[in-house]
Design a protein. Structure first.
Length: 64
């Protein structure tokens, strides 16, 4: 799934570890989501969206 996670994180000057800590996941999980190797669970996607004060649709878009 394509996502804007890396861009949103960079806009806030957060490291992958900063975001991982905020979401209670590993840095490796953040890296895997950013590179499209892992699609987050729905609860994690909601936590990510909440962290950035955006909707899930503003962060993630399904592969067409």
């Amino acid at each position: 799934m394509k996502n804007r996670l890396k861009v949103l994180r960079a806009e806030r000057d957060w490291s992958q570890q900063d975001l991982a800590d905020a979401l209670a996941v590993s840095r490796q999980s953040i890296n895997a989501i950013e590179t499209g190797k892992y699609d987050p669970s729905l609860p994690l996607a909601f936590r990510i969206a909440s962290t950035f004060n955006l909707s899930i649709e503003q962060i993630f878009e399904p592969n067409q």
